[in-house]
Design a protein around this ligand. Structure first.
Ligand SMILES: CC(C)(COP(=O)(O)OP(=O)(O)OC[C@H]1O[C@@H](n2cnc3c(N)ncnc32)[C@H](O)[C@@H]1OP(=O)(O)O)[C@@H](O)C(=O)NCCC(=O)NCCS
Length: 224
């Protein structure tokens, strides 16, 4: 994957873009480009988050809610709340204002082959710190990585993940050796995919959704 400097289309900041190159292993990479999200991407991000992340989670857990009392049938709003509501407008405003100093970042994947280039995925990640002195931990939390249903399995997810690592090494190296995320236990494809990307299971957490406990797995990728 090749990284290159470019001026973002709103002219506000210098940004890096990543595009596929001949050495990549996936054949279908060729028209996919990664770039930092801009204010103009807010609707695409909201759509991907709702349709390809929240709805997907609600649907994959239907079995757990089958036969539950009506008060235990989880709505889209219940799922949004449990998965962490995101105000992309606020996130993108801060991102454009703070640039590389922003703790919350969003990279998007664009398919340039479509007539009007289409946003097919995004990765939202956050630089986090906890503890004090020698016990201080600096890590990157992957809040969401989402690729539109019709575009999965083409390498967009991997490009987004690699671009995030590249962004961390360039602008926040202290956070790049420890990457963490939560994934629903039912969400098998991403869980196996994270394992192939070097993540290991680091614990479990149950989230109450409309009164039903839904298990999430903590996954951590640490570089020695
Ligand atoms: C997780 C996710 C982002 C991966 O995106 P992607 O663009 O499909 O990822 P890639 O194409 O880079 O890799 C997918 C891998 O699964 C494999 N795969 C097999 N069948 C697949 C299928 N039906 N769909 C997608 N990938 C499939 C691919 O071959 C690839 O294998 P590899 O890691 O050996 O290369 C995507 O599945 C997604 O958006 N899921 C829904 C949202 C979600 O749950 N996100 C995770 C929240 S924690």
């Amino acid at each position: 994957m090749a990284a290159q400097e470019a001026v973002s289309s709103d002219g506000l900041s210098r940004t890096s873009t990543w595009s596929s190159s001949a050495g990549d292993t996936h054949d279908d990479f060729s028209d996919l480009t990664i770039r930092p999200a801009l204010r103009q991407d807010v609707l695409d991000l909201g759509r991907l988050h709702e349709e390809d992340y929240v709805e997907v989670h609600r649907d994959m857990h239907r079995r757990m809610f089958q036969g539950a009392l009506p008060r235990h049938s989880a709505s889209m709003d219940d799922w949004k709340e449990a998965l962490g509501p995101i105000d992309f407008e606020d996130v993108l405003t801060d991102l454009v204002r703070l640039g590389d100093k922003s703790e919350v970042r969003v990279l998007i994947c664009v398919d340039e082959a479509c007539e009007e280039s289409v946003v097919v995925g995004y990765i939202l990640f956050e630089l986090r710190q906890k503890g004090r002195g020698k016990a201080r931990q600096r890590y990157c939390e992957v809040v969401n990585v989402v690729v539109a249903k019709g575009h999965r399995g083409r390498g967009a997810g991997r490009l987004l993940f690699e671009a995030m690592l590249s962004d961390l090494s360039r602008t926040a190296p202290a956070f790049s050796a420890d990457v963490r995320l939560f994934v629903a236990q039912e969400n098998e494809v991403p869980m196996n995919w994270y394992t192939r990307l070097g993540f290991k299971t680091g614990g479990m957490q149950s989230e109450k959704i409309a009164g039903v406990g839904v298990p999430f797995v903590r996954m951590i990728r640490r570089l020695a």
